[in-house]
Design a protein around this ligand. Structure first.
Ligand code: NAP
Ligand code: GCO
Length: 264
């Protein structure tokens, strides 16, 4: 029997208060994991508390900015003390700034790289020693289409997510011998607060041009939803994927395979 169960495991989902992170936390809970999560603002924490309550999930939330190593160490010490450490880490917390590169400040570029690449390094570095002691561990980095492709205005995000793909492969290379599997999930275009600006209904009531563009570029002919990521997350968090390592699993409705709708 293939083992997809996460019973007895502790899963930490960074930014796991709404959007993709919350959906992944729900799925890992349904598979039996104890959920702990964090975010960096009170507003998101309140949303998270409400979401977990509504879902009937007894999860522990931490206010922790993943770019701050001292806050990360404090959060992990509490998780160690109260829950026995982290078995599954989902590096989900992320930001994006959509600014033409020549207009983007170095500070803005650095902020995106801090959250989307350096923070996953900080988080993984912090949980790996405990995983080595346990004799197992799962790290799932939430990558992106932009781990493979570029587009206008997202230079910092693409650079960070491209780096996150290679960090994933390097953690696999360095820690596979300790029975730690580090893989990525590369969501396509998913309907969450992060992509809301790309789906805004136009003043004339029409769909946002980018919305129409993504629909035409996606063989599935639709935006993804956070629900679409649940199964892949449980697979990569469970023993069913113990021989899968350093892989980026794209959950994109086929975008990466498709050159785009041909002219009629
Ligand atoms: P979202 O709706 O913007 O949520 C991002 C979460 O990360 C929030 O909970 C946010 O809470 C948290 N966060 C941001 N900075 C943080 C920090 N410094 N410390 C701790 N938490 C922080 O994003 P999403 O659309 O669900 O995306 C989640 C992940 O999937 C991101 O890594 C994103 O790049 C990636 N992704 C998204 C899509 C998509 O189409 N939506 C596609 C591919 C990949 P606070 O603001 O309170 O910190
Ligand atoms: C954008 C979008 C994308 C998605 C996602 C695609 O502005 O292009 O926000 O970057 O968030 O990363 O996989």
């Amino acid at each position: 029997m293939v083992n997809f169960s996460l019973k007895g495991k502790v899963a930490l989902v960074t930014g796991g208060v709404y959007g993709i992170g919350f959906a992944i936390a729900e799925a890992l809970h349904e598979a039996g994991a104890k959920i702990v999560y964090n975010c960096s603002t009170e507003k998101s924490m309140q949303t998270g508390i409400e979401n977990y309550k509504k879902a009937g999930i007894d999860a522990k939330g931490y206010m922790c900015d993943v770019t701050k190593e001292d806050q990360v160490k404090e959060m992990l010490a509490d998780i160690e003390k109260n829950f026995g450490g982290v078995d599954i880490l989902v590096n989900n917390a992320g930001i994006i700034k959509r600014i033409p590169m020549e207009e983007m400040s170095v500070e803005d570029f650095r902020k995106v790289v801090d959250v989307d690449l350096i923070a996953p390094f900080i988080m993984a570095k912090a949980v790996i020693p405990g995983m080595i002691k346990k004799g197992h561990g799962k790290i799932i980095n939430i990558c992106s289409m932009m781990s493979e492709l570029g587009r206008e205005t997202v230079s910092a995000y693409a650079a960070a997510k491209g780096g996150l793909k290679m960090l994933t492969k390097n953690i696999c290379s360095e820690y596979g011998e300790h029975n730690i599997q580090c893989n990525g999930i590369g969501p396509g275009y998913i309907a969450t607060p992060q992509t809301a600006p790309l789906r805004e209904i136009q003043p004339d009531g029409s769909r946002h041009p980018f919305d129409q563009f993504i629909i035409s570029k996606t063989p599935a002919g639709r935006w993804g939803t956070p629900e679409d990521l649940k199964g892949p997350a449980v697979f990569l968090a469970s023993e069913a994927s113990d021989f899968v390592n350093g892989h980026i699993l794209y959950v994109d409705g086929g975008i990466l395979a498709y050159i785009g709708k041909q002219p009629k």
